[in-house]
Structures are given as structure tokens and as C-alpha cells.
Write a protein that binds this ligand. Structure first.
Ligand SMILES: NC(=O)c1ccc[n+]([C@@H]2O[C@H](COP(=O)([O-])OP(=O)(O)OC[C@H]3O[C@@H](n4cnc5c(N)ncnc54)[C@H](OP(=O)(O)O)[C@@H]3O)[C@@H](O)[C@H]2O)c1
Length: 264
């Protein structure tokens, strides 16, 4: 390709003039993804429950020349999920990219499990993601029809656990499997209207995710990954950027990303 054409191609796929909403942006993968999208020129709406963390992230994004809008929201509450999306569109004018990242992983055996942990996972990993998607879809369809790129993106963060079931991971597996199934059905529904649906399935990433485990489960988890060089949140943020900066005619449907040393 000639140089001028190549440059034009790059510009066409940057995220300038677009708005991205990232859930679970107060730590880990969501935080890194918000920064990475801002670096590509997107204005980012950053949502989670810990407002202090979001405020620091917004400052960091503005210090690198980006723009961020903080929204305190618990996405397990349908009204809050809807208001988060509406606030984004009201304040920032549009919505081109939704990253459904907020999630919790409460591992452990099924026998004698505290079923409150199951409810937390189903409410956040599944229902929360469904609420955010439902609220965002009309705006994403609008962006795909009339936006600067004529394409919009939903990135759903599932997990290797959405593809490989493991002993001690049954309900987390069920929620992430559900994310994969829902995403594929949604993809078939909206892809012809240029809303792309990407599933990102990380292996082990060094974040706060495991800090919510019961101590005995945390110990077991640490043993399972002893000696494995884990991924960093930025590694997953890069894959999200890869997916959403593709040319309009290319949709990355699924990305399974493991640390090199992770076997299963
Ligand atoms: N780390 C890994 O090894 C790994 C592997 C595969 C998949 N994943 C997936 O990656 C995603 C991000 O996890 P992470 O590893 O980055 O963990 P993390 O650092 O614990 O981040 C989880 C995020 O979710 C937010 N969150 C939790 N409950 C929420 C609620 N009710 N409403 C809104 N936001 C909520 C948290 O913010 P607040 O507490 O401030 O609300 C936090 O920002 C999850 O879906 C996880 O399942 C992670």
C-alpha cells in the first residue's frame, strides 16, 4: 500500500471523536482498557462503584491529554446501569463502544457452597452485562448508522473459564459460558447493522480479582499458578484496542488470550 493510503487507513480506524463506556474501570483490566482507549483518541466514560478510584483514573487520563467522565454505578441494579448509559450519552453526546468488563470470580466447590457467592456472580457477570448491553444497544445502533466510523462495538469480557470448565469453578464457569452464548446470539442479531460484538477471554491476569476469594480458595489458586508469569491488565487492554480499531468490514468475534505458561 502506498504511504499516503496507509496513513489514511490508520486515521480511519483511530477512535478520535468516538465515545467509549467501560464498566469496572476502577481497577485491573477495566482501568487499563479505559487508558488504552483514551490513548487512541476516544472520550471515555468510566464506571464502577469506587468513585475515588475513578476520580484518580480520570485525572491520569487527562494528564495524558485524554478526556474521561466518571460515573458511580452498580451495574447489578438495572436502573443504575440504564442511567449510566443515559448519563454517558447526555454528557458526551454519543456512544460508540461499550466494554462490559465488570465481573467477580468467587471460586470454590459446589458442595456446601455459600450460595450468596453464586448470586453475586450471576447478578454481576451475567445480569449486569445484560442490563448494560440492553441500555446501550439503541445508542450503538445509532452510532453505527450515523457515527464518525459507521461502526460500533460491544466488547464482552468473558474468560478462559467461558471455554474450559474446571473443578472448583462451576458457577463462575456458568456465568462466563453464559456471556459467550449471549454474545454470539447478539452478534448474529446486530452484526449486519454494523454493531460488532467481540468476546475477550483472558487467562490469568494480575489484578484484584482473586482478592475476593475465601482464604483457603485463594491459597489453592496461588498454588495452581505458582511459577506462571501472569499477564498484566495492559495485555488485555491491547487486545480490546486491537478489536475495536479494525476497519469497518472486519469483526474480531473472539479472542482467547492466555499467559504463555498457562496450560489450561
Ligand atoms: N484477572 C483475571 O485473571 C481474569 C481472567 C479472566 C477474566 N477476567 C475478567 O475480567 C474482568 C475484570 O476483572 P479484573 O481481573 O480486572 O478484576 P478487578 O480488578 O477486581 O476488577 C473488577 C471491576 O469490576 C467492578 N465491579 C465489581 N462489582 C461491580 C458492580 N456491582 N457494579 C459495577 N462495577 C463493579 C470493580 O469496581 P468496584 O468494586 O469499584 O465497583 C472493578 O473495577 C472480569 O469480568 C473478570 O471476570 C479476569
Amino acid at each position: 500500500m502506498a504511504d499516503a493510503e496507509h496513513l489514511e487507513d490508520l486515521l480511519e480506524h483511530s477512535l478520535e471523536e468516538t465515545v467509549a463506556l467501560v464498566t469496572g474501570a476502577s481497577s485491573g483490566i477495566g482501568e487499563a482498557t479505559a487508558i488504552a482507549l483514551a490513548e487512541q483518541g476516544a472520550t471515555v466514560s468510566i464506571a464502577a462503584r469506587r468513585k475515588d478510584r475513578l476520580d484518580s483514573l480520570a485525572q491520569r487520563i487527562s494528564s495524558i491529554g485524554g478526556r474521561a467522565h466518571v460515573i458511580e454505578a452498580d451495574v447489578t441494579d438495572e436502573a443504575q446501569a440504564r442511567s449510566m448509559v443515559e448519563q454517558t450519552v447526555r454528557e458526551l453526546g454519543r456512544l460508540d463502544t461499550l466494554v462490559n468488563n465488570a465481573g467477580v470470580m468467587l471460586l470454590g466447590p459446589i458442595v456446601d457452597a455459600p450460595t450468596e457467592e453464586w448470586r453475586r456472580m450471576v447478578h454481576l457477570n451475567l445480569l449486569g452485562l445484560l442490563y448494560c448491553t440492553h441500555a446501550a444497544l439503541p445508542h450503538l445502533l445509532e452510532a453505527a448508522e450515523r457515527g464518525p466510523r459507521n461502526v460500533a462495538d460491544i466488547v464482552n469480557v468473558s474468560s478462559v473459564a467461558g471455554r474450559v470448565a474446571r473443578l472448583g469453578s462451576g458457577v463462575y464457569n456458568a456465568t462466563k459460558w453464559g456471556v459467550v452464548a449471549f454474545s454470539e446470539s447478539l452478534r448474529q442479531e446486530v452484526t449486519a447493522r454494523h454493531v460488532r460484538v467481540t468476546i475477550v477471554e483472558p487467562g490469568a491476569v494480575m489484578t484484584e480479582l482473586a482478592t475476593h476469594l475465601r482464604p483457603e480458595i485463594l491459597e489453592e489458586q496461588a498454588r495452581n499458578f505458582e511459577g506462571t508469569e501472569l499477564m498484566r491488565s495492559e495485555d488485555i487492554a491491547r487486545t480490546v484496542v486491537f478489536a475495536v480499531t479494525q476497519p469497518r468490514h472486519v469483526a474480531i468475534n473472539e479472542l482467547l488470550v492466555r499467559p504463555t505458561e498457562q496450560v489450561r
